[in-house]
Design a binder for this molecule. Structure first.
Ligand code: URA
Length: 451
């Protein structure tokens, strides 16, 4: 088998056989396939697409490039949630302790923010001392002790994805549904989970903006997961406006803790609780979504979700006192208000420019290798539907380095749109897709042979 023949086949619109996909992916570790050959294959896939079977095999090959964690010693239903990324999306910090307090085991391997979108790991690292780099032994121990664990990708999990993602980033081959699906699912399937709840974002601030394509991404990932013996549910949710009021790492962690105290913005609370209820339902701990919502609501009301979060912070080396004293989170040196210059209703607040503004202030990264400033970001006082008067603060920028403040400020200003009449609110959750496992889980040793 030769890499150029496989690339040519895909370039000309052919369907790759299992052995051909496996050859290319195993060639990453052995060095038999060069970066330039992988890059050419990726571009051919972007143009020609992949069938459902090819996408499934690609995911399996990437998954099998590393360790599949065995969490069978930790007894109980293990369910994770994954979001395709957005602005102000701190739902993981809320729903993981809520679901854990309701009895779900939540082994969560998260990512970092990139571009205008934030990442769970950066929000967790805003907590002084919090370690996201646990090894897989400690990962299992913390899960057993706390009912949840929140770490970053380790070198053992889907190493082929790490290589491919870096190449995709550098060759404009990120935006492909088969490639995104295989990338996300290969990592999630390695975690040792029984099921996965996906939050697939759609709209202006999402990775994939068109509803049809977001739906296709959700369906593709559900099909892959179900084909690998996992329970899968996807909610397609709108990412037109930032979720909640805080954008920026410590600011978002603060808001997540406020939600766990029962005092958070409605949009953020509603989505977090809905995703947590889906996890509870998937785990078999509720017989309906309604019952799942009730169970989850109880964990906020009785403080057990907040206690779970405190427990996992402590187990992962963080300062648990942040739970009772939010001022222990990093704070920016100075704040700058952006004020309204007219009266009316806010009818739009675009997520993407707000996310970019937070990035310019230092909250996010333009390149994967950049660092972040945990303290900075934007707090939105006015969101769509709110009435404003001249001179009222629309939002507050939390700033340490003023180099790009003017640019950030004008980006946030450009995100707002007004009208004399209030907007019609559209629901955050657009669609729900659920799939039950379509096969028994197939051991890796049996997943060989041509497709
Ligand atoms: N997140 C991932 O992990 N992979 C992608 O391809 C896109 C988003």
């Amino acid at each position: 088998m030769r890499a150029p023949d496989i690339i040519r086949k895909k370039r000309d619109g052919g369907t790759l056989a299992r052995a051909e996909i496996e050859f290319m992916i195993s060639g990453i570790a052995s060095g038999a396939v060069k970066d330039y050959q992988l890059a050419a294959l990726l571009m051919a896939i972007v143009w020609r697409g992949m069938t459902a079977d090819e996408t499934q095999v690609l995911t399996e090959s990437m998954l099998n490039s590393g360790t599949i964690v065995d969490l069978s010693r930790v007894l109980g239903p293990k369910i994770d949630k994954h979001s395709t990324g957005g602005v102000g999306d701190k739902t993981s910090l809320i729903l993981a302790p809520v679901a854990a307090a309701a009895g779900v085991l939540v082994p969560m391997v998260s990512g970092r923010g990139l571009g205008h979108t934030g990442g769970t790991l950066d929000k967790l690292e805003a907590i002084p001392g919090f370690r996201i780099d646990l090894d897989l032994v400690r990962y299992e121990q913390v899960l057993a002790k706390c009912g949840l664990v929140l770490i970053g990708q380790t070198a053992e999990i889907a190493p082929a994805d790490k290589k491919l993602y870096a190449l995709r980033d550098a060759t404009a081959t990120v935006e492909s549904i088969p490639l995104i699906s295989a990338s996300i699912m290969s990592k999630k399937l390695a975690e040792g989970i029984d099921g996965l709840v996906l939050d697939v974002k759609t709209g202006e601030g999402a990775f994939i903006q068109e509803l049809e394509r977001s739906r296709l991404l959700a369906e593709t990932m559900c099909k892959i997961g179900a084909g690998m013996g996992k329970k899968m549910t996807a909610l397609v949710t709108r990412m037109d406006h930032p979720l909640g009021r805080a954008v920026g790492n410590a600011l978002e962690t603060r808001e997540a803790i406020e939600c766990l105290r029962g005092d958070g913005p409605a949009d953020l609370m509603d989505l977090s609780m809905e995703l947590a209820a889906e996890m509870v339902l998937m785990a078999g701990l509720a017989s309906s979504l309604e019952q799942g919502r009730t169970l989850c609501g109880r964990t906020i009301a009785d403080g057990t979700a907040l206690e779970r979060f405190k427990g996992v912070i402590e187990a992962q080396g963080g300062d648990p006192r942040v739970i009772d004293d939010l001022d222990r989170l990093p704070r920016a040196r100075t704040t700058v208000d952006l004020v309204a210059d007219r009266s009316g209703f806010v009818v739009d607040l675009k997520a993407r420019p707000v996310g970019h503004a937070a990035m310019l202030l230092g909250a996010g990264r333009a390149r994967a290798e950049d660092g972040v400033d945990h303290a900075v970001g934007v707090v939105l006082h006015k969101k769509p539907g709110d009435r404003v008067s001249p001179g009222e603060a629309l939002c507050t920028l939390h700033v340490n380095d003023e180099t790009r403040l003017a640019e950030a400020r004008s980006l946030v200003a450009s995100a707002y749109d007004y009208s004399d009449v209030p907007p019609v609110a559209s629901p955050l959750i657009v669609e729900r897709i659920a799939r039950v496992p379509s096969t028994r889980p197939v051991p890796a040793s049996e997943r060989k042979g041509d497709s």
